[in-house]
Design a protein around this ligand. Structure first.
Ligand SMILES: NC(=O)c1ccc[n+]([C@@H]2O[C@H](COP(=O)([O-])OP(=O)(O)OC[C@H]3O[C@@H](n4cnc5c(N)ncnc54)[C@H](OP(=O)(O)O)[C@@H]3O)[C@@H](O)[C@H]2O)c1
Length: 344
């Protein structure tokens, strides 16, 4: 039996006009799946790449409903799915499809919503904290003594990184692109904040630590990558997890800019890497969705820290479901602070 449901679909990659509302009903959940009445879904920078057709994992999948995370109420569950029942409040991660009023989601990608959370917090939690945890503790091999430089420190992932660094007791240096973001980055736990809109970023970074940094988290790409590498201490690790600076703020794909960007993106020299004892790693959470054990291991730690009051609330801006264009414009502007969420 089908049930009514609305989805935001990207018919064909493009600008804001690529979005369409689709009201094809949803089928019953398949074995292993739970059907959730979605109350809110998170917006991520990756969704912009999906809309523009620049996201590798979405290639060939259009028409596509974007969205990697949501929170809501269980409406139905397949017979073999014992862990959730109708009425349960849940949040989840989905490999696309969360921009919808109802989703069928594998039970193993769902968690019970903690009693102190609302749907907005549930929908804004999974992607940025799973990313931040995986970056610091799995790929970055974070040690308590590490001095850590975080780019885009007042954004979604940036704020989550600062929260987790504070929990671990690290000194975090947060870099922000505009003065309005300095206070939120400080609030999130940065020991020092560099406002690259008004300060000379790398001069300031050298003043704070003349010998460089143990761990640098860079999702800007071209605009900072070369300097990030140069500011590692011997033994330092550069973690690359995005390329935000390749996007134009016009809402459209700028092909000449993209080609120019690609050509100038640094290629690192293996002789220099070995000669200076530096490590470069990259990852994308989207390719880890099948690693259920990893997701549950990370989420167990995160939920424990949350229950101990160690993870402060993230600043969130909420948009109505129908106003997805404004939400994308906000994240593409580069001015947003914390997370953006669509509320149904
Ligand atoms: N690999 C993964 O698994 C993974 C998972 C989640 C997110 N990410 C990546 O992590 C980054 C942050 O994601 P998010 O969703 O939390 O977004 P966000 O940080 O809330 O927003 C993006 C930020 O990037 C900076 N930026 C630099 N150049 C930009 C440009 N040309 N246009 C717009 N913003 C620009 C801006 O901050 P400042 O100006 O303050 O620097 C902006 O606020 C993105 O690059 C995303 O793709 C990767």
């Amino acid at each position: 039996m089908t049930k009514p449901r609305k989805r935001i679909i990207v018919q064909k990659p493009g600008g804001y006009s690529a979005f369409h509302i689709d009201d094809t009903p949803i089928a019953d959940p398949q074995p292993g799946e739970v059907q959730v009445d979605v109350k809110a879904c998170g917006i991520n920078f990756a969704d912009v790449a999906v809309r523009l057709g620049l996201y590798q994992a979405a290639k060939g999948a259009y028409p596509l409903c974007p969205g990697l995370e949501f929170a809501g109420v269980v409406k139905d569950a397949a017979m073999d799915t014992m862990s959730f029942k109708p009425g349960d409040h849940v949040f989840g991660a989905s490999r696309f499809g969360a921009y919808a009023t109802r989703v069928n989601c594998p039970a193993e990608h769902l968690w019970r919503l903690p009693a102190t959370w609302d749907y907005i917090r549930g929908a804004s939690f999974p992607v940025v904290y799973l990313t931040a945890y995986y970056a610091l503790h799995q790929v970055g091999h974070l040690k308590k003594s590490d001095l850590v430089l975080v780019h885009s420190a007042a954004g979604g992932v940036g704020t989550a990184l600062l929260h987790l660094l504070k929990i671990n007791g690290n000194i975090g240096v947060g870099i922000v692109g505009r003065s309005e973001k300095s206070a939120p980055a400080k609030e999130a736990g940065a020991t020092f904040v560099i406002d690259k809109g008004t300060q000379d970023l790398w001069k300031k970074a050298e003043e704070i630590s003349p010998e460089g940094y143990d761990l640098i988290l860079d999702a800007n790409g071209l605009s900072t990558l070369r300097h990030s590498y140069n500011h590692l201490r011997p033994g330092g690790r550069l973690l690359i997890y995005g390329f935000a600076s390749m996007f134009s703020n016009s809402g459209k794909k700028n092909l000449p800019k993209l080609i120019w960007y690609y050509l100038r993106t640094p290629r690192f020299n293996p002789f220099d890497l070995t000669g200076s004892n530096k490590t470069i790693s990259g990852f994308n959470l989207i390719y880890l969705f099948e690693n259920i054990e990893l997701f549950h291991h990370i989420m167990a730690d995160l939920l424990k820290w949350d229950s101990e009051g160690l993870i402060p609330p993230m600043p969130v801006t909420t948009f109505p479901f129908e106003d997805v264009v404004s939400a994308h414009q906000a994240i593409e502007s580069g001015n947003s602070i914390g997370k953006l969420v669509l509320a149904m």
